[in-house]
Design a protein around this ligand. Structure first.
Ligand code: AMP
Length: 208
């Protein structure tokens, strides 16, 4: 089975997707990460994508769909996927559903639920590793990554203005996609305001 992981920014999707992928032997497609790599290329398109991401807005659908099509074309035969960060709008959902149908890939969607207040609190206080991109909450007091000892930095789109735009996009553009999948019985909801381990356990028990 393939999975889509939904959740407001700061809900812990990145952390949980790493675990789920290992546990279920899934290939992860993390849209934000794929776009961040493109933004770091220094190409004309990369620079354009970088500016859009730093503002908190969504990157044009053509760019996103091209990246995901490339990813699926290169996917090893028989491998299942965990999609993180797509589809984020009704327009993307339409294209995504068509693509999945064309590839003969069915999916279940998981929604990690947190309140907007909790999302703002987590996003304004978190840091990420500059190298391996592991996310560290405010409770982590060290200045270096516990996994690879690299420097911890703030994400360039974790600024108050970009956070406001990203959360607004989630509510206005992504929630209608979630509601649609909900009405089709494709969503499993998880309480994201628990410990990392409790979220993981709830997810696993509901998937099985
Ligand atoms: P994320 O790491 O998921 O928070 O995504 C970071 C940024 O990447 C977003 O604020 C958008 O600018 C861009 N992005 C990620 N996923 C998408 C998507 N499906 N469509 C358009 N832009 C996206």
């Amino acid at each position: 089975m393939n999975y889509i992981l939904f959740g407001m920014q700061g809900s812990g999707k990145g952390t949980q997707s790493k675990y789920l992928a290992e546990h279920l032997n899934l290939e992860v497609f993390e849209t934000g990460e794929a776009l961040r790599s493109l933004a770091e290329e220094g190409s004309e398109l990369g620079n354009k994508v970088k500016a859009i991401m730093e503002s908190g807005n969504l990157v044009p659908i053509e760019v996103v769909m091209e990246i995901i099509e490339n990813f699926l074309t290169n996917l090893p035969e028989g491998k299942s996927v965990l999609f993180d960060g797509i589809p984020r709008s009704k327009e993307q959902q339409k294209n995504f559903d068509i693509l999945m149908k064309k590839k003969g890939m069915d999916f279940t969607a998981i929604l990690i639920e947190i309140s907007e207040e909790e999302a703002i609190r987590r996003l304004t206080n978190r840091r990420i590793c500059s190298k391996c991109k592991t996310v560290f909450p405010a409770t982590y007091k060290e200045n270096r990554c516990k996994d690879c000892d690299s420097e911890l930095i703030s994400r360039s789109d974790d600024t108050p203005n970009a956070i406001r735009i990203r959360l607004n996009n989630f509510t206005k553009k992504t929630m209608p996609v979630i509601e649609d999948y909900k009405s089709k019985g494709k969503i499993i909801s998880i309480n994201g305001e628990q410990s990392i381990e409790a979220v993981r356990d709830e997810m696993l028990s509901k998937i099985n």
